[in-house]
Design a protein around this ligand. Structure first.
Ligand code: ZN
Length: 379
């Protein structure tokens, strides 16, 4: 059985156990109650390092706990998180060994629940939480003290199978391929929560989206347009810029050729933008703040370049700026997003689909910033 874990909430016998940050539940060591000796192929990161650390391993099948389903993975998408997990992050400990993979779509193989059957096609919500604390009940799942992510705090879906809490199952829209279904949950949710919940984007506002060709950037362009904003997107190449424009960006800035701050001032008649969508970090943060109009909001979910930046406090108080942090979003928001994808109002953006055996090539492409949209692996 899984080991007991510290909890602030009295155990509720009606609520299925939830994996926690300290519970890696890796299918590495056969547990005493394991029912089968079946094994599966999985990408297994045993230690941090280069691309050679992405090894295909033979591990025991996941064993579902009460309240969990087993999903046969058909597609799993790549995120910057996978790069952090592989390389390691100074000051952060990942519970290795770990199977990466946060965005999963597949077919239910085993479930004991009246709402689901084996054979149902599903998207797996990438974040999990207890589901019954005040944070969860108020739609602030990432504030739950048990919040975690597949492929970060617990093994993910870069494998033939994954066991997940039943509440993480979302019916896959029939019109989407498995690759499309795996290509958006984490990025769309992250971008949605940043723009809608945190920055409270309003119709008619202006938004600067950094790296419009990234997974989260291509999601942000679409969401900001859906909410009636004017969108300026940066991109590293003219080719990516034109694809960002095709996604809906009103104007694009090739940041390798011009200073995006100059361009934002030109595009807005020196006013600046209402919202900056930040995920680049140290390389852009200071200029992102300067790109804001009075009363503007900078919302950040990441630091793919570096995690340190200098902030001019005078700029923050004189211009009444807000700096907002954001991580993931709620399960409720993800259900909303899936509906909008099903209606064709938001679109998964896929750069390419590779077999899972080519996971290292996927990492290389993402690190080299060669992709526009998501890299998805078929399993
Ligand atoms: Zn909770």
């Amino acid at each position: 059985m899984p080991q007991d874990h510290e909890t602030a909430i009295p155990p509720d016998p009606t609520v299925p156990p939830t994996p926690t940050r300290s519970d890696t539940r890796l299918p590495i060591h056969d547990s005493p109650n394991q029912l089968s000796s079946a094994r599966m192929k999985a990408i297994l990161i045993r230690e941090h390092g280069g691309l050679d650390k992405l090894t295909m391993a033979d591990v025991p099948d996941p064993v579902p706990r009460p309240g969990e389903a087993v999903v046969r993975v058909r597609a799993v998408a790549l995120n910057h998180l996978d790069l952090w997990l592989r390389r390691g992050v100074a000051g952060h400990t990942f519970p290795l060994p770990m199977i990466p993979g946060s965005e999963v779509a597949g077919v239910i193989e085993h479930v004991d629940d009246p709402n689901w059957r084996a054979g149902d096609e599903v998207i797996v919500a990438p974040g999990y939480s207890c589901g019954h604390c005040i944070a969860c009940l108020s739609g602030n799942d990432p504030l739950c003290r048990h919040y975690g992510l597949f492929g970060e705090t617990i093994s993910g879906g870069a494998a033939e199978k994954i066991a997940v809490p039943i509440r993480n199952l979302i019916r896959k829209p029939a019109a989407l391929s498995f690759a499309e279904a795996a290509a958006f949950p984490l990025d769309m949710l992250t971008a949605w929560h940043m723009l809608i919940a945190r920055a409270q984007l309003r119709i008619g506002e202006t938004v600067l989206v950094h790296a419009g060709g990234s997974g989260v950037g291509s999601a942000a362009i679409q969401i900001a347009k859906l909410f009636g904003a004017t969108v300026y997107a940066t991109a590293g190449t003219a080719g990516k810029a034109s694809r960002a424009q095709a996604l809906g960006a009103d104007a694009t800035i090739v940041y390798t050729e011009t200073d995006f701050l100059d361009d934002v001032r030109r595009l807005t008649g020196k006013r600046g933008v209402d919202v900056v969508f930040e995920h680049v970090g140290g390389e852009t943060f200071e200029r992102s703040l300067r790109a804001l109009a009075r009363g503007g909001r900078l919302v950040t979910c990441g630091a793919t370049t570096r995690g340190e930046a200098t902030i001019n406090l005078r700029l923050v108080f004189f211009k009444l700026l807000s700096i907002l942090g954001s991580t993931m979003g709620s399960l409720a928001e993800l259900h909303q997003i899936v509906k909008l994808v099903e209606q064709g109002r938001l679109h998964p953006v896929i750069d390419r689909i590779l077999p899972l055996a080519e996971v290292a090539e996927g990492h290389r492409i993402l690190e080299a910033r060669e992709a526009f949209g998501k890299i998805v692996f078929e399993v």
